[in-house]
Design a protein around this ligand. Structure first.
Ligand SMILES: C[S@@+](CC[C@H](N)C(=O)[O-])C[C@H]1O[C@@H](n2cnc3c(N)ncnc32)[C@H](O)[C@@H]1O
Length: 466
């Protein structure tokens, strides 16, 4: 139970948050070394590497560092839309689920995705939110707006913070996203909605009104003069400007768009937001990206995107999802600090594929995958299952493998990928990668990510016959 009065704490949260945010703004950019990779989906046939054009960006880092970086690298005032769906102070941990199948055996493993437990509860939570929101405002363009997605637990406190940061006059809406799934209660009304607060930066914000169906009384035609009416299988309706209550189904167990990441939001929800508050070509951002819904929908709608999430599982889920959607090339930027945690993939052989004209490509035979179970957030029976898989077919733990077969030693462009698509497949241990430009002096860069999101990479030099 809360022992403090949040009303008394709020001024302090605001003062501290503002001071800390200004301190961040006034210090020179001093961030841990970063690593960058470019993922170029195999379906992408456009211009090759190192073009100076815009590239969508996924940061695997704490978003406070990402926001600071963006502000100091020229993105101040450049972003038209920010949507964020932070943890809701639910006091639980969230998981991802993987199904691993090898031979006739099928195993389900639940593993850590992200944490929503806060020392000191609401105060720490609001402090975390305040400093980020304060800095995000600086990223917004003068035509920009921000959508803050929360629920009954914190939205009322967050509204006070948002009024202070963005100004009460710039509050546009509280959108109620209503759904049917989830638990019910006998002691109070079933909680079946989330709240999304919308603020603009100035009065000159982008807003493209979207339409929704409004069914006529008794579903019959009115035949009013000058009002267009339509009919579907339910009955007659007119089109009206979207209201602030949005009934949209959650991403349920059988939904086609489901990627197995707890708290994944429906594409339909993001579609409305992106269409309403940005234009084609706008830069949109999501700093709590999760399974990457904002980028996936944004890209479909021809927006440029920036996403960030500190979770390992978020990166792999988003990467696979974007490749599946035949996305444009995008860059992954991550802190240079998590290699110690990752497992190691060993390679049995790498041989050149030769023809009369010379080397055509490589034949790579994977051997096994070794990982340190203490480094990944799994416990109890799941730990035993992983041990069993590691013993019987360790390659079944690999979720993604990507290769830059013509690595220039600088930023890898991963233009060959294989990954588990339907959860049950195992990555092929015999890989053939073709590239006629290969020379004896080429380097190849191999990146791999396991089902827990732990990533690692290695560089090989092709020594003529290898
Ligand atoms: C509710 S989920 C977002 C779900 C997402 N909207 C989707 O459709 O999948 C919240 C995400 O915020 C991430 N997160 C929490 N704190 C963060 C921080 N300080 N920096 C970056 N990401 C953070 C978590 O890893 C988690 O993936």
């Amino acid at each position: 139970m809360t022992k403090f009065s949040i009303i008394e704490e709020l001024p302090q949260i605001v003062r501290n948050g503002m001071k800390a945010a200004e301190k961040i703004m006034n210090r020179p950019l001093d961030i841990p070394m970063e690593e960058k990779e470019i993922i170029k989906p195999m379906t992408y046939k456009g211009a090759d590497r190192n073009t100076n054009k815009w590239m969508n960006q996924f940061y695997q880092q704490d978003n406070l560092i990402v926001i600071e970086n963006l502000l100091k690298k020229g993105y101040e005032g450049k972003i038209d839309l920010i949507y964020i769906d932070p943890p809701f102070l639910t006091k639980t941990n969230y998981n991802g689920r993987s199904i691993v199948k090898y031979g006739k055996t099928e195993r389900v493993i639940e593993h850590f995705a992200y944490n929503d437990i806060w020392d000191n509860g609401l105060i720490t939570y609001l402090e975390m939110l305040y400093i980020r929101l304060y800095l995000m405002k600086k990223l917004l363009s003068d035509r920009g707006s921000i959508y803050l997605h929360l629920d009954y637990r914190t939205v009322h406190y967050a509204k006070i913070l948002m009024d202070q940061i963005f100004g009460e006059g710039n509050f546009l809406n509280e959108i109620i996203w209503s759904y049917k799934s989830g638990g019910v209660s006998k002691r109070y009304y079933s909680r079946k909605h989330d709240n999304i607060l919308v603020y603009s930066k100035t009065k000159d914000y982008i807003f493209n009104p979207q339409k929704e169906k409004s069914y006529n009384r008794d579903f019959k035609p009115y035949r009013f003069k000058g009002i267009k009416e339509y009919k579907d299988e339910i009955g007659w309706y007119t089109l009206v400007n979207l209201r602030d209550v949005w009934p949209i189904d959650m991403v349920g167990r059988t939904a086609k768009e489901r990627v197995g990441y707890d708290t994944q939001k429906p594409e339909k929800l993001l579609e409305r937001i992106i269409l309403s508050s940005s234009n084609e070509g706008s830069i949109i951002a999501d700093f709590f990206a999760g399974s990457g819904t904002t980028g996936v929908v944004g890209e479909r709608l021809n927006r440029r995107w920036i996403m960030a999430d500190k979770g390992a599982l978020s990166l792999i889920t988003t990467t696979k999802r974007l490749i599946e959607k035949k996305s444009l090339p995008f860059s992954i930027i991550k802190e240079h600090n998590n290699l110690g945690k990752a497992g190691r993939l060993s390679i049995k052989t790498i041989e050149t594929i030769k023809s009369k004209e010379g080397i055509e490509g490589l034949n790579i035979e994977l051997d096994n995958y070794e990982l340190n179970l203490d480094n990944i957030g799994i416990k109890g029976k799941y730990k035993d299952i992983v041990k069993e898989i590691a013993l019987n077919n360790s390659l079944a733990l690999i979720d993604f493998i990507g290769i830059d077969i013509d690595y220039n030693g600088n930023i890898p462009t991963i233009d060959w990928q294989d990954y588990r698509r339907d959860d049950k497949m195992i990555i092929n241990s015999n890989i053939k990668v073709f590239n006629k430009n290969l020379k004896g002096s080429n380097k190849i860069y191999i990146k791999y990510i396991d089902i827990f999101g732990q990533q690692n990479s290695m560089v090989y030099k092709i020594d003529n016959g290898v």
